[in-house]
Design a protein around this ligand. Structure first.
Ligand code: B16
Ligand code: MG
Length: 220
């Protein structure tokens, strides 16, 4: 019996990847190189400093000190904040609001498990913060996905064992984190990338919790 749903944020509930991309691209331009949409795929679900390392690798920029890297990450985050503080409820991905409200009405607990240090701001801006029983974000974890820490902390906060939790994720590293946490998972996106998920859905539009729960129990 599934008692709790743990959601990733970027790519599952909202599409903030486009704002991360615009801010990283601007930093790359300042450093004198072009950062493509294709390169940006590598940053999804990855922490801010790990993302910066990938960006610098793409641009063949090797001579930056730890202090300079922190300054670059802060600069990128400032631009990112300019975007996300203007977000509105219209930016919640299709079907997500209905799905969350349905879970609430059925008494299923809801937690966030995101790598983002800005998750709280985003949930507030799009107006879904009150739906979450527990929020675990990048400020609360020491180890990035695929480490299971973010989801184990969420389950502990909800007081539900991992076997009673299901993770919703758009990144392969997040599905791996769910598996390591001993949780079932729903991959949101392409089955090619999310092969290891218990079940894969393209998005939440028209998705009914009882159908999904049944599919997950049948694939155990
Ligand atoms: P921040 P998620 C992740 O969010 C993003 O997918 C990833 O691109 C980003 O670098 C990371 O958050 C950290 O974000 O700079 O705001 O702390 O998918 O785990 O919800
Ligand atoms: Mg994500």
């Amino acid at each position: 019996m599934i008692k709790a749903c743990l959601f990733d944020l970027d790519g599952v509930l909202v599409d903030t990847a486009k704002y991360h991309y615009l801010a990283w691209k601007r930093l790359a331009e300042e450093l004198g190189f072009y950062f493509s949409v294709h390169d940006n795929e590598r940053l999804k679900g990855i922490s801010r400093m790990a993302s910066l390392d990938i960006l610098l690798e793409v641009g063949n920029v090797a001579d930056k000190s730890a202090k300079e890297k922190l300054e670059m990450a802060d600069k990128k985050n400032g631009w990112y904040l300019d975007y996300i503080t203007k977000m509105t409820p219209e930016e919640i991905l299709p079907g997500v609001q209905d799905f969350l409200h349905d879970l609430k009405s059925r008494g299923v607990k809801i937690a966030l498990g995101s790598a983002s240090k800005n998750a709280g701001i985003i949930l507030d801006r799009v107006g879904i913060a009150p739906l979450f029983d527990v929020v675990v974000d990048g400020n609360k974890v020491a180890n990035a996905k695929p480490d299971p820490e973010v989801f184990l902390l969420g389950a502990r906060g909800l007081d539900i064992p991992p076997s009673g939790c299901v993770v919703f994720e758009d990144a392969a590293a997040g599905i791996e984190a769910a598996i390591r946490a001993g949780m079932r998972s729903v991959g949101v996106g392409s089955p090619d990338i999310l092969q290891r998920a218990t079940v894969v859905i393209p998005g939440f539009d028209g998705v009914q919790w009882p159908d999904l729960e049944l599919k997950m129990s049948l694939s155990l």
